[in-house]
Design a protein around this ligand. Structure first.
Ligand code: AHR
Length: 636
């Protein structure tokens, strides 16, 4: 196949510079046991039979007692707790040799020479005598790899800290606490954190995972979901206020994907992560209604998410407070550190400078019912009035036959929502055949945030075929990036052995991060966004529709650097010999950087390869079979 690609410098339009970002949801153990670097599972003893479907999932989950003899000496209590939001703690009766152990999340992974911050809250009841608690990390064979101690003498809850240094690499260590005191000790918030977190932040993120996300160069981060944002019942809505402040005061929350959220990774940490990556924060709050507000899920099977619970939305008499909570969130992000209540709280959390929030999402894939409309409108009007500079992103939800997508658009137009969130998970064929999806969009209506999308094959592997279908589709999205402002692949992260959804962009376990080929396609976009789209035409010697649709071209210019970026996708099983005609290259470096992702459709392991190539105003380039190429021509 041969192709002539003509880039037309006369047809240029400004496009969104925020086009490629990430969507973070705590699904597949993405947060606790994943991006959040805490190594102790159920540190707060707040796991509950209500959060999880697994056997033994209760306040004692992941903890065990080893003792020389006699009956179990640990119980869970809730009288006079550390904080009312964190009502349970462990009561350990000290007998000779008794140890309280934690397995972490599939074990605790340690690196030789690295330092780990250990802390706990402890209290001695009447008649107990203080002493030390030996803190040890043991490898799989029970051999000690780190040791330290904390001292407990207080009758009131008091935090104790120490640092452990691992003397070996261990894949799956356990934490072992051995009290050397007399009587009983109360323990809570038992934590072990690597000092090596992303950007070295305390209570921070797992360095390798966070760096993998940063390497995508995301222009924004949407959080905390997805379904997690609106929950599967009114009582499960993600209340942002419960996710900030001192860790022991945060409100743990049942995760509707079948586990527990400590919310140690909460709103403040999300804002920090955005700042650390230079990405815009895009928080999404519930529109006053939970998942599919009737309580039954239309596109998830009932029970899959725990849906089918409470019906309706937040009672109308409670909505004024809910609306205030949303306004308070914006104040937390942007308010003056001295003059505003929530700005002060941000400053107390260590960040006096505002986070400069520009967007807020309201709702997620909600059914467009009266219950929804009424509540959404209240929140929308309040935000518009108090913070007209913040763009509200509404929801039109999933795009599939029988969904409320059309209803969502009608409602958005009726009340003038400036941007809406669309979602679609479809086959590669759908993405190939619907590249004109946004060509048809009315430029006078709301802008689009394509908040969740992915190409799914039966059995749902993530391979070159799905990655190229996404890359091809994104050439058409760039063409329409005057109306599509942001996009994010979903879901982002998945812990091996703990996935509720496939495919995902990045898989991981405790020691490895495994980006998929889809990740690299996203990265090639993220690292090569533009602010101007330059129109181009493609003429093939084979004009069959099925052939033409498998070639995608997009040319953009990055206004900041002046670089011109050419993206070429070939989803044909044969190479395409292209003649590329560019506008003037005056002032440009004719040695361009070329990055190619190519392989067989079923390949999952292929990685992009970068090099240089010579370009001119007319140059030949062979697009390999099944490939995505980015050619970046730098301004001198
Ligand atoms: O991305 C996984 C889920 O898909 C999200 O939580 C939800 O918004 C969508 O249905």
């Amino acid at each position: 196949v041969t192709a002539t690609i003509k880039v037309d410098a006369g047809q240029v339009k400004p496009i969104s510079e925020h086009l490629v970002g990430i969507f973070f949801e705590d699904i597949n153990y993405a947060a606790d046991g994943g991006l959040y670097a805490e190594l102790i599972q159920n540190r707060d003893f707040e796991y509950s039979v209500k959060d999880g479907s697994r056997e033994g999932w209760d306040n004692g989950y992941a903890w065990s007692v080893r003792q020389l003899e006699g009956a179990s000496t640990v119980t869970i209590a809730s009288e006079n707790p550390l904080h009312e939001n964190n009502p349970h703690y462990a009561v350990l009766q000290v007998k000779p040799g008794v140890t309280l152990q934690n397995d972490g999340f599939d074990g605790i992974s340690l690196k030789k020479g690295e330092r780990y911050d250990f802390s706990l809250f402890a209290r001695l009841p009447e008649n107990s005598k203080g002493g030390k608690i030996l803190v040890r990390l043991l490898d799989q064979a029970g051999k000690e790899v780190a040791q330290s101690a904390v001292h407990v003498s207080s009758k009131e809850w008091k935090q104790q800290r120490t640092v452990l240094i691992a003397n070996a690499d261990v894949h799956a260590a356990v934490l072992s606490l051995e009290p050397k005191l007399t009587g009983t000790v109360h323990l809570d918030m038992i934590s072990l954190f690597p000092q090596n977190t992303f950007k070295g932040r305390k209570n921070g993120l797992r360095a390798d995972l966070a760096q993998t996300l940063a390497d995508l160069h995301p222009r924004f981060v949407r959080f905390p979901g997805g379904c997690v944002a609106h929950g599967d019942g009114v009582d499960n809505i993600y209340d942002w206020k419960g996710s900030i402040g001192a860790l022991e005061e945060r409100k743990p929350l049942r995760n509707l994907w079948g586990y527990h959220q400590t919310r140690g990774l909460g709103y403040h940490e999300y804002f920090l992560f955005c700042e650390d990556m230079g990405a815009e924060p895009v928080p999404v709050v519930a529109a006053g209604v939970p998942c599919q507000n009737s309580g039954t899920c239309s596109h998830h099977s009932v029970g899959e998410l725990g849906c089918g619970g409470q019906q309706g939305g937040i009672p109308m008499e409670e909505m004024p407070q809910y609306v205030q909570d949303v306004l308070d969130l914006i104040e937390y992000a942007n308010g003056d550190a001295k003059k505003t209540v929530w700005g002060k709280k941000r400053a107390q959390a260590g960040h006096p400078r505002p986070f400069n929030l520009k967007y807020i999402g309201i709702g997620n894939e909600d059914l467009i019912t009266d219950i929804f409309e009424e509540r959404f409108t209240m929140i929308f009007n309040a935000v518009k009035e108090k913070y007209p500079e913040v763009t509200v992103i509404g929801t039109v939800g999933p795009f599939y036959e029988g969904s409320d997508y059309e209803e969502g658009w009608k409602f958005a137009s009726k009340i003038g929502i400036p941007m809406v969130d669309e979602h679609y998970y479809n086959t590669p064929g759908w993405f190939i055949n619907n590249q004109d999806f946004y060509d048809r969009y009315d430029r006078n209506k709301a802008k689009v945030y394509l908040g969740e999308y992915a190409a799914h094959l039966p059995g749902r592997p993530n391979n070159i075929e799905t990655a190229l279908a996404e890359a091809l589709y994104l050439t058409s999205v760039e063409r329409n990036a005057d109306v599509v402002t942001m996009t994010s692949y979903a879901p982002l992260l998945a812990k091996e052995g703990h996935t509720q959804w496939n495919p995902d962009l990045i898989y991981f376990n405790n020691t490895e991060v495994k980006p998929t080929v889809g990740y690299y396609a996203q990265q090639m976009y993220g690292q090569n966004v533009g602010s101007e789209y330059i129109a181009s035409s493609v003429t093939l010697d084979n004009t069959q529709d099925a052939v033409e649709k498998r070639i995608g071209v997009s040319v953009v210019r990055d206004g900041k650097t002046g670089d011109m970026i050419v993206k070429l996708v070939n989803l044909l099983p044969v190479a395409v010999n292209a003649q590329v005609e560019l506008p003037s290259l005056e002032g440009m470096d004719t040695t361009a950087v070329k990055t190619v992702l190519a392989g067989k459709p079923t390949d999952k392991q292929t990685r992009p390869v970068s090099g240089t190539m010579e370009v001119s105003e007319k140059f030949g380039y062979e697009l390999p079979a099944y490939s995505f190429t980015v050619i970046r021509i730098n301004k001198n």
